[in-house]
Design a protein around this ligand. Structure first.
Ligand code: M6R
Length: 602
């Protein structure tokens, strides 16, 4: 949901802003802009379209400014246009800012500001922020910010500059913002990967923090202007992790990273004869636990469906999961003792954070499973388990999804032990399965030619179905989401037994049905469901760990694996299928239309 970048130092700021925006483009890509100050003059250059369009505009530019701010937008208020693009400026063109978030009371503020003589040119909620700060500005930007933000309701990460002061002011409320600390220079960005080419030293701003960046130093204050001590942390992520490294798309690179990611996620958590997930150790609570409440959206929600199955199967523990945007507003019988588990790649998804705060209000302990160190989920949860997937740049989540399921499996296994449901033999069995997982993931990737072949057939259709039962149904849901998201084909997922209750009406000659089957016990039922499809002309593509002989289906045999491990391997299958189909359809894979990576608004 919009990307922010800022720099102050001795280097020309323009290329830094443009490269930073290119790295942040997955957060929004309908318009982009920068603002810089040179010899007391503020210049704003912005345009509808991608960061490349902005870069083209700047090709002839001679600006040598050494500080400035930039923005790439995912429109909420106001269509994508040059005027609605950020940065937005004050009436006197001396102040400007970029914003990620939504100002909820913008209508009232706008009317108020108009009555006070302010003139608005855009349809955005953001423009009222700069006018509000202008109203309080008397030569000191942070002082004006402290006053101005008192008037704002909503979510905002802001980066502001003034033509009269050589500094950048940042504010964080419910939208992420990171400071990058260099030698004689400071950076700011919406996330860590944007900063990796310049510095690994970062400060993750907390709720309500205001930061003042200068060339040689930075300072963080609270909303009363009192200085705060902050920790500079050194990220372990490398710059190359946020680069395509020869792959045509980030998505493909991230799919191919999965054997390594799975290995990293298992590191120090699975030894020769022991499963250890210290981060999930809630002591005496676990044996007596009655329920788990999950909170997640999109792909992460699909991971929690699998997580629920793990807890039920391995721990005999009831679990509830529903998309966070619904769950946060529902009243359910709240059971105790229970634990919340929040799953989010970015750790910044607004609805997911909504569930987290609700669970905290109800005094439940919360475990956060996230990929981003210092994210809101990690800060607000009582315990954090990191997925160790490395930066995920493609909007379509891939390696984060499989590593979330793996962490959930590790958690369920470790709780199963605590609840005396996992004997020595069973533990050894799962250790073996887990250790083999990265190799099996590689075996799936090695079949990429097959996926490409199927994708060439799929690209010809407009609608397709995904089918599965139990854990394979959850795979089907994620498969359909991934296909819709990046290839724009209409895909629907159904539980095998549900087709005949309605959707079968849509099956006609050659309608593709992508099916997953990794559970022997329900194989006969699934095979009957396939017959229902086939006798209406539907075409079955079956991805299975079982030995199924059936000449009328297209069957792809997957590596043998335990039923509980199979959703992780199936993750790679559905991702490759979606990727190659999108590529065959000529779609914009890493930046699908209308979407953004990190959804920080409701
Ligand atoms: O960062 P999060 O895991 O909280 O994101 C949740 C969803 O927005 C995300 O998984 C989304 O569904 C992906 N684009 C799907 O590929």
């Amino acid at each position: 949901m919009c990307g922010i970048i800022a720099y102050i130092g001795n280097k020309p700021v323009m290329p830094i802003l443009i490269q930073g925006l290119q790295r942040l483009e997955y957060r929004g890509y309908d318009s982009a802009g920068i603002a810089l100050v040179e010899e007391g003059e503020l210049t704003i250059i912005k345009t509808k379209g991608s960061v490349d369009s902005l870069s083209d505009l700047l090709r002839e530019s001679k600006h040598q400014a050494v500080y400035g701010i930039g923005h790439t937008r995912w429109a909420t208020h106001g269509v994508p246009s040059d005027t609605n693009a950020h940065p937005h400026a004050s009436c006197d063109n001396k102040l400007t800012l970029v914003h990620n978030g939504i100002i909820e009371n913008y209508k009232e503020l706008r009317e108020q500001l108009i009555s006070e003589g302010h003139k608005f040119i855009s349809e955005t909620d953001t423009e009222i922020v700069v006018h509000t700060i202008e109203k309080y500005y008397q030569g000191n930007l942070e002082e004006a910010v402290i006053k101005g933000i008192q008037d704002l309701q909503g979510a905002y990460a802001l980066a502001l500059i003034s033509a009269q002061e050589e500094k950048i002011v940042l504010v964080r409320k419910q939208s992420p913002l990171i400071i990058g600390v260099g030698e004689g220079e400071c950076y700011a960005a919406s996330d860590i990967p944007a900063l990796l080419p310049y510095t690994k030293k970062v400060v993750i701003l907390e709720e309500g923090d205001i930061a003042i960046l200068r060339k040689d130093n930075f300072q963080v204050i609270n909303s009363e202007g009192k200085e705060k001590r902050v920790e500079v942390i050194e990220t372990t992520w490398d710059a190359h992790l946020a680069e395509k490294s020869g792959y045509p798309h980030f998505m493909l690179k991230e799919i191919y990273e999965q054997p390594t990611v799975l290995k990293d996620t298992l590191r120090e958590r699975v030894s020769e004869d022991q499963l250890l997930l210290d981060e999930a150790d809630l002591g005496d609570l676990i044996p007596n636990l009655r329920k788990v409440y999950f909170g997640a959206c999109g792909t992460a929600y699909h991971a929690t469906l699998v997580g629920k199955l793990y807890l039920e199967t391995l721990c005999d523990l009831e679990a509830e999961t529903e998309v966070a945007s619904e769950f946060r507003y529902r009243d359910v019988p709240w059971v105790k003792p229970a634990v919340g588990i929040i799953v989010s790649q970015s750790g910044e998804t607004a609805d997911t954070l909504g569930v987290l705060s609700r669970l905290k209000e109800l005094s439940y302990p919360v475990i956060g499973i996230t990929n981003v160190i210092g994210s809101s989920v990690s800060r607000e949860s009582d315990r954090t388990i990191y997925t160790r997937a490395g930066p995920e740049i493609s909007v379509a989540s891939t390696k984060a999804y499989t590593s979330q399921m793996l962490v959930l499996l590790l958690l369920a296994l470790s709780w199963s032990k605590k609840r005396n449901k996992l004997n020595y033999e069973k533990e050894r069995y799962y250790i073996k399965e887990l250790k083999e997982l990265p190799f099996k993931a590689q075996q799936v990737l090695d079949k990429s030619e097959l996926f490409l072949e199927i994708a060439r057939e799929l690209k010809e259709v407009k609608h397709l179905f995904y089918l599965g039962r139990l854990q394979d149904y959850y795979t089907a849901l994620e498969g359909a989401l991934k296909m819709k998201e990046i290839s724009y084909l209409h895909a629907e997922a159904y539980a095998g037994g549900e087709l005949k209750h309605g959707p079968l009406a849509l099956i006609e000659n050659n309608t593709p049905v992508i099916a997953f089957l990794s559970n022997k016990s329900i194989a006969p039922k699934m095979l009957s469901n396939f017959e229902e499809v086939r006798s209406r002309g539907g075409k079955i593509y079956l991805f299975t760990t079982l030995d199924i002989k059936e000449s009328s289906f297209r069957i792809v045999k997957l590596p043998d694996s335990d039923m509980l491990v199979s959703p992780i391997l199936n993750g790679l299958v559905l991702q490759l299928l979606a990727y190659y189909t999108a590529r065959e359809c000529g779609a914009s894979i890493d930046k699908p239309r209308n979407l953004a990576k990190s959804v920080t608004v409701e």
